[in-house]
Write a protein that binds this ligand. Structure first.
Ligand code: SF4
Length: 665
């Protein structure tokens, strides 16, 4: 069904920034025509003035244009004054943002000191009780009246002191009222912010920034799109702060952040970014900067044919309908293609990088959970025996000459395909770009139920061009599976990770794509690594395979490993979150599909754990509370025993397996 899309960006084919109103935050304005601003949050104890000042300075030096500091109570809110004074004395004018949960009085004090306050509409007035499950209209209105009463004083202080405010919704901490009426949906997230926003409008206060964060990039992207649709309907245009919460650290944290933030930036959405990693905050800014920099020259991209009607729903996920061709498409998880066209394969050992380990003694292959499904060989062939699940793609001219074509399938280009007389009777791959499409090709593709399309692009705005091609296929009723192929050249590994996460991720979260194929040449130069993420010497194929599986995991289109939902930590954190996350990861990383949350504090942690299966939450000095889903299982476990107890809990539920000892990676 084709529906007319409700506007959530300027264009899906021509890059341009979605224009919001300018909001003054100290002397660094946000929104309007200002560049995409970079920000982060300190993780020091706010009462430790010196540590907070020094960390803030490191963040500014790393590129942060705003710095957020937690103010959990009046004491911390008061100490913001000392922090600000010291920073100014040292010549740093960076605008400061107070992060507030649950404490209106701290917010009202902080708003007199710093340039911006961030409130969470899910917990500014409400405490989570899960007590009432049905709200009558009258009860709901009474709650809104109560919010107005408690929230109005803060708005008045902000107006008086020229302080900006972020109304920052988190998917994991919606109020009972919102949950009961809207569920934990993108609509619930948007309504949660707009309830507060409408009060600001009534009070003629407009220095507002909005955010819709979630740890699931798909939910987060849908919520931001819906937010813009709703703002358009209500005549609002407030700047947008982008972020994926609890993204974790390392490669996974970067991939998850790039999928969510990048998908929105591609459509011109977003005025400021915070990348949340479970790492020191000065490592976040380089990632955010790399994401934002990609759009500096984007308006000059080659034109893409505009589209008036969009055949997908941007707010509700639905995978594009395709038929299956020998294990690709249909309801099968997206396939991963490993590109070996520029690496000679001489023995079984060459396949270990993509998850295949051969044991000579038993003549058996062992597969990793993240083993590629298809290998593209270019014009070479493999002479040794292969596992039955693996498919090889070979250039058509070479493939045609093969005596044995078992597990080997041809890659064709438009003209070969239209002329060729001989095809595989199982699968044929056709590499096409948008400009290849005409009536002749479309009708051939439509009638070919053994054909998988491999779509490529050389447009600077490549994701949008490939998405435009998907729209064309849907509109024409073409249901052949599609492998998305991208080719990145002359960029660093860090950039490949972020760009591919953005470009594949943006399509996958909209249900587009039955496979991913990334080919790139990189020098794997460790000196060019950003921040904390140090490069290891490894082959391109290994790096790419891990990245592609990471993207599929982040988009939740194919789960191949444990998922960690770790908060970035802040002044409330009561243990070393980075070290603990690493310790838990080491012991549980073989538990495919299990979601484990590691959260720094009991105040916000449980709310922000999203849909984790298990939670490890700091609840006091040296004390951990363990959760199964949203339920507390054990309180006040000494931290020295908490990881073992967590594993016991996983074991009790039958979700534990022993590490195989056959760890291929
Ligand atoms: S969950 Fe983590 S980042 Fe959030 S408030 Fe608690 S310690 Fe800070």
């Amino acid at each position: 069904m084709i529906q007319t899309i409700k506007k959530y960006c300027n264009s899906l084919t021509e890059y341009s920034r979605y224009k919001t109103r300018e909001v003054k935050i100290g002397d660094v304005p946000l929104g309007g025509t200002n560049p995409i601003r970079i920000q982060s949050m300190t993780i020091t104890d706010t009462m430790n003035t010196l540590a907070t000042v020094e960390q803030t300075i490191r963040m500014v030096e790393a590129g942060c244009e705003y710095v957020r500091i937690t103010a959990p109570s009046m004491n911390e809110a008061r100490n913001l004054e000392n922090i600000k004074k010291e920073l100014r004395a040292r010549g740093y004018t960076v605008p400061l943002i107070a992060d507030i949960h649950f404490t209106p009085n701290a917010a009202e004090l902080a708003a007199r000191i710093v340039e911006k306050v961030r409130i969470n509409p899910g917990n500014y007035v409400d405490k989570k009780k899960f007590e009432q499950f049905e709200y009558t209209d009258q009860e709901y209105q009474e709650e809104l009246d109560r919010i107005r009463e408690r929230f109005t004083p803060l708005v008045k202080v902000c107006k008086e002191y020229g302080t900006a405010m972020r109304i920052g919704t988190n998917h994991g901490s919606l109020s009972d009222r919102i949950m009961n009426r809207f569920g934990d949906t993108p609509l619930g997230m948007v309504e949660s912010a707009l309830e507060f926003e409408r009060i600001c409008e009534d009070l003629d206060y407009h220095s507002i920034v909005l955010s819709m964060k979630a740890s699931n990039p798909q939910v987060m992207v849908q919520a931001y799109r819906l937010l813009i649709q709703k703002m358009e309907e209500e005549g609002m245009n407030y700047p947008i702060h982008l972020g994926v919460t609890e993204a974790g650290g390392g490669e996974d944290g970067r991939i998850k952040s790039a999928v969510g933030i990048g998908a929105l930036l591609e459509d011109g959405i977003g005025d400021t970014i915070r990348v949340s990693l479970t790492e020191d905050p000065e490592y976040e800014a380089p990632v955010a900067i790399a994401l934002a920099n990609r759009y500096k020259n984007r308006p000059n991209h080659n034109p893409i044919k505009p589209i008036a009607e969009v055949p997908i729903d941007p707010i509700n996920y639905k995978r594009r309908e395709t038929f299956e061709v020998s294990g690709i498409g249909g309801s099968i998880v997206p396939a991963v293609v490993a590109d070996y066209s520029s690496r000679k394969i001489s023995s079984q050992k060459d396949l270990i990088d993509i998850g295949y380990k051969y044991d000579e003694a038993s003549d058996k292959w062992f597969l990793a959970d993240a083993a590629a499904d298809i290998i593209y060989l270019g014009n070479q062939n493999i002479t040794f025996g292969l596992p039955e699940n693996l498919k090889l793609i070979i250039d058509y001219n070479e493939w045609e000459k093969l005596d044995s074509k078992k597990l080997r399938f041809p890659l064709l280009y438009r003209n070969d395909y239209l002329k060729a007389k001989f095809f595989s009777d199982q699968i044929n791959f056709l590499e096409v770009k948008i400009s290849d499409f005409d009536e002749e090709l479309s009708s051939r593709i439509k009638s070919d139920n053994k054909l998988v399309l491999v779509i490529i692009t050389d447009n600077e705005h490549g994701m949008a061009e490939q998405r435009r091609l998907f729209f064309e296929l849907i509109s024409q009723g073409i249901k052949n599976p599609v492998i998305i192929k991208r080719d990145f050249k002359n960029i660093s590994l860090d950039e490949i990770r972020l760009h591919s996460s953005t470009d594949f991720g943006a399509l996958l979260i909209d249900g587009l794509g039955d496979g991913v194929w990334l080919s790139s040449e990189t020098n794997n130069d460790a000196s060019k690594s950003e921040g904390k993420l140090k490069l290891v010497k490894e082959s391109n194929e290994k790096f790419i395979n891990r990245t592609l599986f990471g993207i599929l995991q982040a988009t939740r289109t194919r789960i191949s490993k444990t998922e960690y939902i770790a908060c970035p930590s802040c002044g409330r954190t009561l243990f070393d979150l980075q070290e603990t996350t690493e310790m838990i990861r080491k012991r549980t990383e073989h538990l495919k599909g299990v979601k484990i949350a590691i959260m720094g504090c009991i105040v916000n942690g449980p709310g922000e754990m999203a849909d984790a299966d298990y939670g490890y939450v700091g609840s006091g000095v040296d004390k951990i509370t363990l959760y199964r889903g949203k339920d507390i299982i054990k309180r006040s476990v000494p931290s020295s025993e908490a990881v073992d107890e967590l594993i016991d809990l996983i074991r009790e539920d039958g979700n534990w397996t022993e590490p195989s000892g056959n760890n291929i990676y």
